[in-house]
Design a protein around this ligand. Structure first.
Ligand code: HEC
Length: 418
């Protein structure tokens, strides 16, 4: 064996976590057959909009203050109330980001927009049902037909272990110096729905109420981080950010705690969907079957059903506008229930099964893996599966989710029907 290979294996073993042993986050070779990430023609919301612009069906209005931001929010129907602000210097345009000029991020179910006041480009990512996250920039310059440029540069951060080894999205908690620069010795954490609140949001602004629970948002520089250790909530429960920067530079107010939590669920769920589909397609191409993917399927279902979600000790009160926008398009059953119904008292959702089960990416998964997933999901929801790994999902929740899906989810196999 080559020395480099030995080192690679040693490195893998020494940093291995439980997740690694389920085989669900080592980087996949998605730039080879059958995925061909870079050369594949995306069928994502950004490409669809680009085609409409090219055909003259859509024009993006230029705004003197925000450039293409308002037009893009409207074209993708992304609520302005989803605004979140991050001041750690953690993107391609790191120089433009600082605590008094944070990067704003807006999102809906399948598009993410990044806008920094004064920066030359907007960063946009979306979800393709077959190749995972797709990444683009758009120049902030008034032209007749604006053009989204796909960029491979983004994959150095968005194409590896942080996004489950496939092109995807993520949220990090990054303690910073006063200027937003990373503090070398402080721990950087990847955040999902499973992360304790106390570890979240270093490097981010956070607005909204969360009671005596605390988080690391709104802490700028070592002095704040030091004070936080003695008085954990001194920058908590803020509803306004006027003390930190000029809010008029942004199209909305605040950096909503509810939006942040939904984002954290959603980005990782998207990565799981992409991961499972891409891995399945690679296995099918190589071996003609997906028999080695059992633990990946289990990990996927645990995340889909929020079994390891961080419980809330006290209610979360975010922006009512965002909550309203988020639930506006909800698909409801005959009892009025939806997987988008928010709880935010003891957990995020009333019915803990990800709303992304309705997404085009979920539906487009390779049939053999989708078949296995749906079968196991059905066994869990009907109570036939009593595995310890799903035992935190109470019987009443299983029944409610089963009933909602039976009425609202299209294309379920016949055995799902009562
Ligand atoms: C140096 C690493 C790095 C590079 C390169 C990078 N990003 Fe990111 N990106 C991040 C981090 C870290 C986040 C999470 C938010 C944060 O902490 O700033 C993020 C978040 C995002 C988000 C919000 C959705 C999400 O995943 O949370 C978008 C949209 C985005 N990036 C687009 C892009 C695009 C488009 C490119 C390429 C033009 C790019 N990024 C290149 C580090 C990077």
């Amino acid at each position: 064996m080559k020395t480099s290979a030995v080192f690679a294996i040693a490195a893998l073993l020494s940093t291995a976590t439980a997740e690694d042993f389920q085989g669900s986050d080592h980087p996949l070779e998605y730039d080879h057959e059958p995925i061909n990430y870079s050369t594949a023609k995306p069928a994502d919301p950004v490409s669809a909009l680009q085609a409409k612009i090219a055909a003259g069906e859509v024009t993006l209005a230029w705004d003197e203050k925000f450039g293409y931001l308002p037009a893009l929010l409207d074209a993708f129907r992304i609520p302005r109330s989803s605004q979140m602000l991050v001041f750690s210097k953690t993107s391609l345009q790191r120089k433009a980001i600082s605590p008094d000029n944070p990067r704003s991020i807006y999102f809906n179910d399948d598009v993410y927009l990044g806008y920094i006041p004064g920066a030359p480009v907007m960063e946009i990512s979306s979800v393709d049902p077959q190749i995972g996250g797709t990444f683009y920039f758009l120049e902030q310059e008034k032209v007749r037909k604006p053009k989204f440029t796909r960029s491979a540069d983004c994959l150095s951060c968005h194409g590896g272990q942080r996004s489950l080894g496939v092109p995807g999205h993520f949220v990090r908690s990054v303690p910073t110096e006063k200027d937003g620069e990373l503090i070398g010795l402080e721990e950087i954490r990847d955040i999902t729905q499973c992360s304790p609140l106390k570890d979240r949001w270093a490097g981010w602004y956070v607005t909204g109420r969360h009671g005596s629970q605390f988080h690391r948002g709104n802490l700028i520089g070592p002095e704040d981080l030091g004070k936080f250790k003695r008085e954990p909530n001194f920058r908590g429960n803020l509803t306004d950010l006027a003390q930190f920067f000029d809010q008029d530079k942004y199209i909305a107010r605040g950096s909503d705690i509810g939006a942040l939590m939904i984002l954290e669920h959603q980005v990782h769920m998207h990565n799981y969907i992409a991961r499972l589909n891409i891995e399945a397609r690679m296995m099918l191409a190589a071996y003609g079957h997906i028999r080695y993917m059992r633990s990946q399927v289990d990990a996927f279902l645990r995340y889909l059903l929020f079994t390891e979600e961080q419980p809330l000790a006290q209610p979360i009160e975010g922006s009512p506008d965002f909550a309203k926008a988020f639930t506006a398009g909800a698909i409801r059953d005959s009892k009025g229930r939806s997987l988008r119904d928010l709880d935010f008292k003891t957990r995020m959702f009333k019915h803990p099964c990800s709303f992304l089960i309705y997404s085009p990416a979920f539906d487009a998964m390779a049939p053999p893996i989708k078949e296995v997933l749906l079968k196991k999901l059905h066994e869990i929801l009907t109570g036939k599966n009593q595995d310890a790994q799903f035992e935190k999902l109470p019987a009443a929740d299983r029944t409610a989710i089963l009933e909602i899906l039976r009425e609202t989810k299209k294309g379920l196999p016949d055995y799902w029907k009562g």
